[in-house]
Design a protein around this ligand. Structure first.
Ligand code: GAL
Length: 404
């Protein structure tokens, strides 16, 4: 049997697809900023992107690992050009996209954009529409130097015709309309490695297949910036922790720090829980208006190091002896997860203020013995067989226990 060059190429391609998007990027959860929670459509502009990039540098966020400047929905005109290309809105991108991506790269940062698997984005801008525009859209991303592509799930195939913005009765599994974009992104990876973020709002148990399709996947509907969202998303993360690892992470959605509907305790728990659950840490606020207390939280080096630990394994809940188990939809107090040089314990006063204590022998990954520990919000340190903290309502303590 004769093997032609193209047969070999096809075989190579199939081999790559079988390995999904494990292509050396996204080995730890991505960190950055997204325009959506800042001012929705109004923030999808060159000005916001560049101002935020400046702030990443002046506030020291770049040095802490915040890297991606991601523009969400509404950056294009509401129609394609005659050859099917997306057109950046000239009112928002007076010098086009590439000029902005270049500037951001020159600052040592990365640039992301947003698209949609359906006919239109959620705000009604052109989507890639299944496989129809994927190759053309991805070639534009490469041309512009885009590093990150969030891919939404609005106006996708639906038993209701035409498909509504959010389909209640999908005509198929969303895997089918995420696959063409995954393949297009894979096909250009020698020219540009693009982080592929699936945003199907946790439909079709995306955590079970997300690893073969993207580098991160939204596991829930949006974070609306209130305590109920933190509870809904944070509590759901515990049950799907096993699906995250280097190259593919559950995305708990953008951080809503700076939301007027969260107090400082709630902000600490929001940030700490997202971090130990190994969610991407994507800020969603206007950095020119950030308060000192929020800044302190997002610049917590110890918590960032836990999130970025090379092992990439999320913390999940554990039940200490004599304690009641988790309650559906509520933030459970006791969390733990492995680190490359220890174990992280998260203690969350999700439902009541009080004294929260654990014996290290009861913590997964630890055992009998004396350990050295450090609490990342208060800076307290100690050595012993356990820990005990008074925690105010909705606040959190993040403890790193050293094993080596
Ligand atoms: C939603 C998505 C949000 C944001 C918005 C833009 O579907 O979950 O994160 O991207 O669309 O319209």
């Amino acid at each position: 049997m004769q093997y032609t060059y193209s047969t070999l190429l096809a075989a190579l391609y199939l081999l790559q697809s079988a390995n999904g998007l494990r292509n050396g990027i996204g080995l730890t959860p991505h960190m950055g900023w997204s325009s959506w929670n800042v001012a929705q459509c109004n923030a999808a502009s060159a000005k916001y992107a560049l101002d935020t990039a400046q702030k990443f540098i002046s506030l020291g966020l770049k040095d802490l690992g915040y890297e991606y400047i991601n523009i969400d929905d509404c950056w294009s005109l509401p129609y394609r050009d005659g050859s099917g290309k997306l057109i950046p809105d000239p009112g928002k991108w007076p010098n086009g996209i590439k000029a902005v991506a270049d500037q951001i790269h020159n600052m040592g940062l990365k640039f992301g954009l947003y698209g949609c698997a359906g006919q239109k984005t959620c705000a009604g801008y052109p989507g890639s529409d299944g496989s129809r525009y994927v190759w053309s859209d991805v070639s534009q991303l490469v041309e512009w130097g885009v590093d990150f592509w969030k891919y939404d799930n609005c106006y996708t195939p639906c038993l209701d015709n035409p498909p509504p913005q959010t389909c209640g009765r999908p005509a198929g599994n969303s895997r089918d309309w995420y696959a063409p974009m995954r393949d297009a992104i894979l096909s250009v990876q020698d020219r540009r490695k693009i982080h592929f973020n699936l945003c199907n709002w946790g439909r079709d148990n995306v955590w079970e297949w997300g690893n073969d399709y993207g580098h991160s996947w939204r596991m829930s509907v949006d974070n609306w910036g209130d305590w109920a969202s933190v509870e809904r998303i944070g509590s759901a993360a515990a049950g799907i922790a096993q699906y995250s690892g280097p190259g593919g992470f559950n995305d708990l959605d953008m951080l809503y720090l700076g939301s007027p509907r969260l107090n400082t305790n709630q902000e600490r728990l929001h940030f700490g829980l997202w971090a130990i659950a190994k969610s991407p840490l994507v800020l969603g606020l206007d950095l020119s208006k950030i308060s000192n207390s929020t800044l302190d939280i997002i610049r917590n080096k110890g918590i960032i190091a836990i999130n970025q630990d090379s092992l990439g394994r999320p913390a999940t809940t554990f039940v200490p002896p004599g304690q009641p188990g988790p309650q559906w939809g509520k933030i459970y107090p006791y969390w733990a997860g492995p680190l490359s040089d220890g174990v992280v314990i998260g203690l969350c006063a999700g439902t009541s203020a009080g004294t929260y204590s654990v014996q290290f022998k009861d913590v997964p990954g630890l055992g009998d013995g004396t350990y050295t520990w450090e609490e990342m919000y208060t800076g307290q340190r100690g050595t012993g067989t356990g820990i005990s903290f008074w925690i105010d309502l909705h606040d959190m303590r993040v403890i790193k226990v050293k094993t080596s």
